[in-house]
Design a protein around this ligand. Structure first.
Ligand code: HDD
Length: 692
């Protein structure tokens, strides 16, 4: 954290958290009763070699607390990572919503964001093929507003009643609890095949969107259609978006699997480090808006959570920005105990009748009661609103508030009927008075029955390389499915999305290609370019480059490091040893990694320093060539100058040396301009045109 940030005015949430923070430094050890402890190493015993005595209250208190340290993990999204920050709107949104935090661009609303995977347990790896959760709690002056979204704009199912079934299918199979954090198994694919509404989301989860490079480089979506309501009571339908300022970028599948072993904390480490080094993650807040009158003017039902609104038809208006600026003090107190709920809204934000959303409105409070041990979880510091709380709710497990006076009911005369309700003009929440009329039925609306058009649209929107990745994702995932009939039924489903895709997958998994194709009838745009990650923002900022150098590295090395750092890149030296290493011309750099402690998987690009002595040292490391080869295989930019090029020649096949993204210069070439070319290559992220 920079000096300036340290002295930044604390926001209201941080001030509130201050009153709960405890710093043990320089303090005396006590029991929970505040009694000073004289010994914390040896229990009280009847004689040095005798039994421990019940009387040892300190031992019993310490052990009892320890025995109860764990709480149930979240039933879904168990593994997550969070940070604090703030949100600012770009311009007043008065015409579409009365939400207070969306009115004044000078107001910074404190936020806490938790990113997560869905299927894996709390201790699972970050880099798995999965949807990522993207939950934001806005601590507004009108109360907490939670936007509980994902990094994909649609969902697997259309009705919340199927959620337990879907989650049972995706989680490890119950008889043996295998596999962890993976969708590559029979029950998941059996569910997909038997519930064709999953088709669109299935395509997203087989795409590179399920393999984010970083939490900082993925989009966020509210998924459902919500309503924004203005002061006059006029409503618009909206979809919420988060657009990462660094663009949307992914890892490749092979990399994901290996990183899961090399650094299971890859994403949380990345977020933590970015914030610690002042590279604050930024996301622009976007709205897609549809007038209520236009509800039925689309070839999809806007209440159907398996449909997105193509940005080319309903543009995303960027209306604000969120910046994450502060890591947590304590993972458990903040990230683990935060409780989100799509039903935590403020005046000006309302719901739609999306049946998935309607069910969520029940589930979230309910789950916190068992997860956080009772109904008073809103009093946990991270969950407390900065707006005052006054009501007649009382008691329950772990109650912290000390409510005064005899009255705990509404309407009362004794306390002048306080706490009193508020009119909408005073900020009282008023539900949107939507007219509802219908028979009680258990049914799917006909308008929800087109399962394939948007799945096909998604596929059509992909670039050749994205299509290749999706195809091999299906080959991998279905290749792990044991039951032939399940594999076959997924191929039958794929026929409805794209017969060529089905044809490319079927032979690899021993399935047959059926002749019948039930193509959907609804017309949709053939593609939506906004869905392709090739059309995202490319930037070198915060990319991580491995500088491979040993003692005696040449003088260009420090120029390259400087150029990278000026472009906002993090350059970290990988060497044969840790600590300072001396180069030519009296230069010194600090090696943070060795080939043993690191891996090119953990970097976005690599640079091989010149200098004969340096290259000889590197060449004597048995893992060095693999380091380079793997970076090549994962399409990463590779830079080298002078003797570094000679090392590259040994590591790669001759025909690969001129492949895209290999930036080299020898003394014969003009070294000037090398730095810029290499920085450009780092910004390009990956070079997909390489032959492997
Ligand atoms: Fe959910 C957690 C997102 C459908 C029930 N959900 C949870 C989290 C995210 C989402 C990001 C983690 C919150 C955190 O970080 O603490 N969920 C979604 C999205 C959905 C969705 C984007 C569809 C559009 N969820 C959904 C349905 C139900 C639930 C249909 C049940 C009816 N979700 C839960 C839950 C969780 C949860 C069981 C587990 C932990 C928690 O709530 O706090 O209540």
């Amino acid at each position: 954290m920079s000096k300036e940030d340290k002295h930044m005015k604390k926001d209201a949430k941080e001030e509130q958290l201050d009153s709960f923070r405890v710093d043990n430094e320089g303090q005396k050890l006590t029991t929970n009763q505040g009694l000073k402890v004289s010994d914390d190493e040896f229990s009280l015993k009847a004689g040095e070699r005798g039994p421990t005595l019940m009387e040892d209250f300190h031992f019993r208190e310490k052990m009892t607390h320890f025995d109860h340290e764990r709480i149930p993990e979240r039933i879904v999204h168990a593994r997550g990572f969070g940070a604090h920050g703030y949100f600012q709107v770009y311009e007043p949104l008065t015409s579409i919503t009365k939400a207070g935090f969306l009115q004044d661009p000078s107001v910074k609303t404190p936020v806490f964001v938790r990113f997560s995977t869905v299927a894996g347990s709390r201790g699972s790896a970050d880099t798995v093929r999965d949807v990522r959760g993207f939950s934001t709690k806005f601590y507004t002056e009108e109360g907490n507003y939670d936007l509980v979204g994902n990094n994909m704009p649609v969902f697997f199912i259309q009705d919340a009643i199927k959620f337990p079934d879907f989650i049972h299918a995706v989680k490890p199979e119950p008889h043996n609890e295998v596999p962890q954090a993976s969708s590559a198994h029979d029950t998941f694919w059996d569910f997909m095949a038997n519930n064709p509404e999953t088709a669109h989301m299935m395509m997203w989860s087989m795409s590179d969107r399920a393999l984010p490079r970083s939490f900082r480089m993925m989009e966020g979506f509210g998924v459902h259609t919500f309503r924004l309501v203005n002061e006059e009571g006029k409503a618009h339908f909206v979809k919420f978006h988060w657009k990462p300022v660094l663009g949307v970028h992914s890892l490749v599948w092979d990399e994901n699997q290996k990183i899961a072993g090399k650094d299971p904390d890859f994403h949380r480490r990345d977020l933590w480090n970015a914030i610690e080094t002042g590279n604050y993650p930024e996301f622009e807040f976007g709205l897609q808006i549809i007038n209520e009158e236009d509800e039925f003017n689309f070839d999809f039902d806007i209440l159907d959570p398996t449909k997105l609104w193509p940005e080319e038809i309903v543009p995303v208006r960027k209306v604000g920005k969120m910046t994450l600026t502060r890591n947590t003090d304590n993972f458990f107190a903040e990230t683990e105990q935060i409780a989100f709920h799509p039903g935590h809204v403020v005046p000006g934000i309302d719901f739609s009748n999306d049946p998935l959303l309607q069910g969520r409105l029940f589930s979230y409070t309910d789950t916190q009661i068992s997860r956080l041990g009772g109904p008073n979880f809103a009093e946990i510091p991270i969950n407390r609103p900065i707006a005052p709380v006054h009501n007649n709710q009382r008691d329950g497990m772990h109650r912290m508030t000390v409510n005064q006076g005899p009255v705990s009911y509404h309407r009362n005369g004794i306390a002048g009927n306080s706490p009193s309700t508020s009119t909408p003009q005073e900020g009282g929440y008023q539900h949107y008075a939507e007219k509802v009329d219908g028979r009680k039925v258990q049914a799917r609306s006909d308008s929800f029955k087109d399962f394939y058009s948007q799945a096909t649209m998604f596929w059509n929107s992909m670039s050749a390389v994205e299509k290749k990745h999706i195809t091999s994702a299906f080959q991998f995932e279905l290749g792990k499915v044991q039951r032939m009939d399940v594999r076959q039924s997924v191929i039958n489903l794929l026929m409805n999305i794209d017969p060529k895709l089905a044809a490319d997958v079927a032979p690899k998994i021993g399935a047959q290609l059926p002749e019948e194709v039930k193509q959907s009838k609804n017309p949709t745009p053939t593609d939506s370019p906004a869905l392709s990650m090739m059309n995202t923002i490319f930037s070198a900022k915060t990319r991580k480059v491995a500088i491979i150098a040993g003692a005696g590295f040449d003088q260009t090395t420090t120029d390259v490091i400087k150029a990278l750092e000026e472009a906002g890149v993090t350059a970290e030296v990988v060497s044969d040893r840790l600590g300072p290493i001396a180069g030519q011309g009296g230069k010194e750099i600090e090696a943070l990694h060795t080939f043993l402690t690191s891996d090119s998987l953990l970097f976005d690009a690599i640079y091989i320093a010149g200098g004969k002595e340096s290259v000889n040292l590197i060449a004597s490391e048995s893992d060095a060539k693999d380091f380079v080869r793997e970076a090549y295989k994962h399409f990463k930019p590779i830079g080298a100058v002078n003797e570094g090029v000679a090392f590259l020649q040994k590591a790669l096949a001759e025909e690969d040396l001129n492949a895209p993204g290999i930036v080299t210069a020898t003394s014969k070439d003009k070294l000037s301009g090398f730095e810029n070319k290499f920085v450009e290559a780092v910004a390009a992220h990956r070079f997909w045109d390489r032959k492997l």
